[in-house]
Design a protein around this ligand. Structure first.
Ligand SMILES: Nc1ncnc2c1ncn2[C@@H]1O[C@H](COP(=O)(O)OP(=O)(O)O)[C@@H](O)[C@H]1O
Ligand SMILES: [Mg+2]
Length: 287
């Protein structure tokens, strides 16, 4: 190859768009304790982001418990399990959720995402990369608790939304979660979201208590994302298998979700690498 040709090639390479630069924000929504409203929060935020013009895909990574597809009345014929086995492409299992959100459904038979065989992982990563090109946000609904597999997902995500209720048990478990994440990476952004608060005062007290503990024992302040009030419309919408933001848009919780989605849009920066960097992290964690 002539000198000239190799220079041209180098130039072309330098100018070619970075192939791994997907502009999607990867957020993991988690909690210390189960049943605090994570899946409702994921659905509420996804729909609120969608209303404000964002493209959102939700990855169900809670393989054990009631899934987001049930909450939204979706009926998947195929799930991640088929993708991992190589029987379907990720695009083929994507569900169209309310207000234009996309949902990647899980099933309870799936291996933890952090313990996949190489071939399955490749199918998933490549599928997510293709899907990611058309999305602004990936919201991951994780299982609760400080299990290894959950923590790995959290560490790989760009930012973490930690959901807690004002209950002491939820608060104590939320602190344990902060501690585990903080010890692994003190710079990992953690956003605190208080769900199911009876009043603003109660939510503020919850935030203060958790902040006091993380400051005292970890020397760390959490970023506060906001609060979702206890709202009977949530229960009604769960019963109807519809999102509260969709069917009761003026309910207290729906309005709170809208405010929080605006905060996310303003405050969470675009991450270089997006999904690709997320998966790289996940595999690095593994090795
Ligand atoms: N803000 C809220 N107001 C009233 N009830 C709520 C609220 N958030 C959650 N819930 C109730 O809590 C239950 C558990 O929520 P879910 O999202 O499934 O929790 P998780 O995903 O953390 O296990 C829901 O069925 C819902 O009825
Ligand atoms: Mg859940």
């Amino acid at each position: 190859m002539s000198d000239q040709a190799s220079k041209l090639r180098a130039l072309a390479r330098a100018e070619a768009p970075e192939p791994t630069l997907f502009k999607s924000r990867v957020m993991a929504i988690t909690s210390g304790k189960g049943g605090v409203g994570k899946t409702n929060v994921v659905a509420g935020l996804a729909m609120s982001l969608a209303i404000s013009g964002q493209r959102v895909v939700v990855l169900d990574a809670d393989f054990g418990l009631a899934n987001i597809d049930i909450l939204l009345g979706l009926t998947p014929t195929h799930t991640l399990e088929h993708v991992l086995r190589g029987e379907k492409l990720l695009e083929e299992i994507l569900l169209d959720g309310p207000l234009g959100i996309k949902v990647i459904p899980a099933s309870s038979g799936i291996q933890e995402l952090t313990r996949l065989e190489a071939a399955s992982e490749l199918r998933l990563v490549q599928g997510l990369q293709r899907v990611a090109e058309h999305q602004d946000w990936l919201l991951i609904d994780t299982a609760a608790g400080i299990h290894d597999s959950v923590i790995k997902l959290l560490m790989a995500a760009q930012e973490i939304v930690l959901v807690t209720t004002p209950e002491p048990t939820s608060l104590v478990d939320a602190y344990a979660m902060v501690k585990v994440v903080h010890l692994r990476d003190p710079n990992k952004p953690i956003w605190l979201l208080v769900n199911n608060a009876q009043s603003e005062t109660e939510a503020e007290e919850t935030i203060e208590q958790l902040q006091a503990a993380t400051q005292r024992f970890l020397g760390r302040e959490l970023q506060v994302l906001g609060l979702i009030p206890n709202d009977p419309f949530v229960l009604q919408s769960v019963r109807q298998q519809r999102g509260v933001v969709e069917i009761f848009p003026r309910s207290p919780s729906a309005l709170a979700f809208r405010t929080i989605a605006d905060q996310l849009k303003k405050k969470v920066p675009l991450q270089k690498g997006g999904f690709t960097s997320f998966w790289k992290q996940l595999s690095l964690e593994e090795s």
